[in-house]
Design a protein around this ligand. Structure first.
Ligand SMILES: CC(C)(COP(=O)(O)OP(=O)(O)OC[C@H]1O[C@@H](n2cnc3c(N)ncnc32)[C@H](O)[C@@H]1OP(=O)(O)O)[C@@H](O)C(=O)NCCC(=O)NCCS
Length: 372
C-alpha cells in the first residue's frame, strides 16, 4: 500500500495563525511566554489577549469583565433542559447539548459580522461555567446557583459549584489552570472548530463540534482517565506493578505522551507545583506522591513524559471537582482559545477540505441484489 499521506496530519502545517507559538518545550500566547502569563496574568486578561491579539488596557479589560458578568444569565428554556437530563449523563455530553441549545436562543447566532461575533463570544464564554456547574448541581440533586456579579470568572465558577464563596488559594489555582488550558494551537478540538467555521457555519456550531472532539480520551478526556488511574493505583508502592500490567496489555497510560511535545510539556512544571501545594493543603499527599512515582516510572520505562492532563487532573481533583467533570473544566478554559481561532478563521477564510489517499477497490462491478 502506498503511504502518500500524512497519518494524523502529524507535523503538517495546514494554515497560518498568529495566536499560539509552540517551539521546542516553549509555549507562547500571542508571543508571551506561558510562564509569564501563569505567574502574572489572569483568565479574563488572557481571554482578551487571545481574542484581540494584545494585552488590554484597564478600560478594555473592565469592559470585557463587565460583558462576561452581564451575559452569564442562561435563557430559562436552556436552564430548564438541565432538569430533564439523566443524572448519569457525562458532563461533556450535557455541555455539548446545552451549548448547541444556546444557539436557538441567540438572535445573532447566524449573523457573522464582526460585531455579532464579538457579542456571541462574550455571551458564550460567560455562560459555559454556568452550564457546567448547573449540570453538576442537578446531578447531585442540589439547586442550581445563579452566578454573582461581584466575583471574578474563576471565583464565580467555584462559587456556583460549591454554593459558598471560595478561598483565595483555590481561586488563584483554578484561574492559573484556566490560563494554562486556555489555548493550544491546532489541537484536535480547535482544528475541528476551524473546520466548521471555514464552512461559514456559526460560532455555536463550531464550539459544539469542538466540545464533541474534546470529549475523547486521547484529547480532553485524558485528565479524567489519568486521575481515575491515580486513584486506582492508590499508593506510590503500587505504581510499578500497575503500570507494567497496563503496558503488558498494550494499554495507553493516560496523561502521558504528546503529539507535539516530545521533550516535555511546558505547562507540566507549573501544574505540578500547583498540584503539590494544593494536595498538601488538602491532605492529598498520597495522591501527589503516587503521581510523582508514575511520572518517574513512565520516563524510566517508556521514555514518555507527563502532559498537561496528568497534573492538570490532579489540580482539579484537589480543587474538589469530581473526576468526570475534569474535561468540562478544561472546556471552560479552552472555549477562549476556540473563539480566538474562530475569529482568526473568519478573518482569513478558506474552506478546509483535504484529500484522502484512496485504498479501496477500483473498477468494481455493480451486481443486482437478486444476483448477490
Ligand atoms: C497524545 C497521544 C495520542 C499522542 O500520540 P502520538 O503522537 O500520536 O504518538 P503515537 O500514538 O504514534 O505513539 C508513539 C508510541 O508511543 C507509545 N505511546 C504514546 N503515548 C503513550 C501512552 N500514553 N502510554 C503508552 N504508550 C504510549 C505508543 O504506543 C507508540 O508506541 P509504538 O511506536 O511502540 O507503537 C498519545 O501520547 C496518547 O495516547 N497519550 C495518552 C492520552 C493523553 O494523555 N492525551 C492527552 C494529550 S495532551
Amino acid at each position: 500500500m502506498s503511504t502518500d499521506h500524512h497519518a494524523g496530519l502529524e507535523e503538517v502545517k495546514v494554515l497560518p495563525s498568529a495566536i499560539t507559538l509552540i517551539e521546542g518545550r516553549s509555549l507562547f500566547y500571542r508571543g508571551i511566554p506561558i510562564e509569564e502569563l501563569a505567574a502574572k496574568s489572569n483568565f479574563e486578561e488572557v481571554v482578551y489577549l487571545l481574542w484581540y491579539g494584545r494585552l488590554p488596557g484597564v478600560r478594555e479589560l473592565d469592559k470585557l469583565k463587565k460583558e462576561l458578568r452581564e451575559n452569564n444569565q442562561v435563557p430559562w428554556e436552556v436552564a430548564e433542559m438541565i432538569h430533564h437530563f439523566p443524572r448519569q449523563a457525562h458532563p461533556m455530553a450535557a455541555l455539548r447539548t446545552l451549548v448547541s441549545a444556546l444557539a436557538l436562543h441567540d438572535h445573532e447566532a447566524d449573523i457573522l459580522t464582526h460585531e455579532a461575533n464579538d457579542n456571541k463570544a462574550a455571551r458564550l464564554l460567560a455562560k459555559i461555567p454556568v452550564l457546567v456547574t448547573g449540570f453538576e448541581r442537578h446531578r447531585k440533586a442540589k439547586s442550581i446557583i445563579e452566578p454573582r456579579h461581584n466575583l471574578s470568572f474563576s471565583a464565580n465558577f467555584l462559587y456556583m459549584l460549591w454554593g459558598e464563596e471560595p478561598d483565595e488559594l483555590s481561586v488563584k489555582t483554578l484561574d492559573t489552570a484556566l490560563v494554562l488550558y486556555a489555548e493550544h494551537e491546532l489541537n484536535a478540538s480547535t482544528f475541528n472548530a476551524r473546520i466548521v467555521t471555514a464552512t461559514l457555519a456559526d460560532m455555536y456550531s463550531a464550539v459544539t463540534s469542538a466540545l464533541a472532539t474534546l470529549k475523547g480520551n486521547l484529547h480532553g478526556g485524558a485528565n479524567q482517565k489519568a486521575m481515575e488511574m491515580l486513584l486506582d493505583i492508590g499508593d506510590p508502592d503500587a505504581v510499578k506493578e500497575y503500570i507494567d500490567a497496563k503496558l503488558a496489555q498494550k494499554e495507553r497510560i493516560m496523561g502521558f505522551g504528546h503529539r507535539v511535545y516530545k521533550e516535555g510539556d511546558p505547562r507540566v512544571p507549573i501544574l505540578k507545583e500547583m498540584s503539590e501545594k494544593l494536595c498538601r493543603q488538602q491532605g492529598y499527599d498520597r495522591q501527589f506522591e503516587t503521581a510523582v512515582a508514575v511520572e518517574e516510572y513512565m520516563l524510566q520505562k517508556k521514555n514518555l513524559r507527563a502532559n498537561v492532563d496528568f497534573y492538570g487532573g490532579l489540580v482539579f481533583y484537589a480543587l474538589g471537582f469530581p473526576t468526570d467533570m475534569f474535561t468540562a473544566v478544561f472546556a471552560v478554559a479552552r472555549c477562549a482559545g476556540w473563539i480566538a481561532h474562530i475569529f482568526e478563521q473568519y478573518e482569513n477564510n478558506r474552506l478546509i477540505r483535504p484529500r484522502a489517499e484512496y485504498t479501496g477497490p477500483r473498477n468494481a462491478v455493480y451486481t443486482p441484489i437478486e444476483a448477490r
